[in-house]
Design a protein around this ligand. Structure first.
Ligand code: 9MG
Length: 284
């Protein structure tokens, strides 16, 4: 199945995995300590990511780490919109906004955001309606509970089947308001209401979600599924992040959401060379 994202005069071919670089605009971001919370810092980070080979910049103004406090819509708008405007003015890169608030989605659409990345899969009030007024892609992520409660006691009947049922329901909800299925990107939501074992079970079985014939986004970068396994702090999770990114790519994930763009792009080049060689040796 060939996937191409076409949006706002930009095209992204998902035949090979593409890197989405994380730009956190939160003062409490769990993995970069809020280093990138001014416009100039964010622009510098985007510039670096572009030279490192990023395809999409993911801007977020509300932390989704476990237990994170809610952020008022006005505060989220203040964090995200000026940076979105500045990036759009200076660079031609695709930008997604990571938000679960209809008001933030609507305002981001006024500034030509290219993708909506919603960890709540458009379940919050007004989100389906706002997105139905546009034709840009949307990432629907699975989460059990909310960021505040999700790690308390995640329980599933069968995690793969339960997430598939969730995707069916959210795809139907989108289609009912006129959102074309072809605009959707799916994400199992690593770390969002999943135990360590459940996260690795999902990673090992990610390819099963291709049955929806939609692009898959995978976000494992610096998460506690790595820290808890290796017993290490956020700044020591690079090897684990790269390994999980490559496993996801091998399972056919088309978009990898990461902090460490250069290292991930390099790792993907190694994977690509290996895959190409395998094809060549079959021919010879
Ligand atoms: C915002 N955010 C944090 N983690 C994420 C993940 O795994 N996927 C997506 N789509 N967004 C995420």
């Amino acid at each position: 199945m060939q996937h191409i994202l076409n949006v706002n005069n930009k095209t992204l071919d998902l035949a090979s995995p593409q890197v989405m670089g994380i730009v956190n605009l939160t003062p409490d971001s769990f993995s970069d300590g809020g280093k990138f919370n001014s416009i100039d810092n964010a622009l510098a980070q985007v510039e670096q990511m572009l030279s490192d080979g990023v395809s999409i910049i993911d801007l977020g103004g509300e932390s989704t780490r476990p237990g994170a406090p809610d952020v008022a819509e006005s505060e989220e708008l203040n964090r995200v919109i000026p940076v979105l405007k500045a990036i759009k003015k200076r660079f031609a890169v695709m930008v997604s906004v990571d938000t679960s608030k209809a008001g933030v989605m609507a305002e981001a659409l006024n500034y030509d955001v290219d993708i909506i990345n919603d960890v709540c899969a458009l379940k919050n009030e007004g989100c389906l309606e706002v997105v139905s007024q546009t034709d840009i892609p949307v990432c629907l992520m699975h989460m059990q509970g909310s960021p505040r409660t999700m790690q308390k006691q995640p329980t599933y009947h069968d995690i793969i089947e339960d997430i598939k049922t969730f995707f069916h329901q959210r795809i139907n909800a989108c289609q009912q308001v006129g959102i074309d299925k072809q605009r959707l990107i799916l994400d199992v939501g690593f770390g969002f209401g999943k135990t360590l074992t459940q996260n690795y079970h999902l990673l090992a079985n990610l390819s099963q979600f291709h049955e929806f014939k939609l692009p898959l986004l995978s976000g494992t970068s610096r998460k506690s599924m790595i820290g808890n396994l290796l017993n290490c702090d956020v700044e020591q999770r690079l090897a684990g992040s790269l390994t999980t990114a490559i496993i996801a790519a091998q399972q056919g994930a088309q978009i990898l959401r990461v902090h460490d763009v250069k290292e991930t792009v390099d790792a993907l080049k190694v994977l690509q060379a290996t895959t190409d060689n395998k094809l060549l040796s079959k021919e010879n």
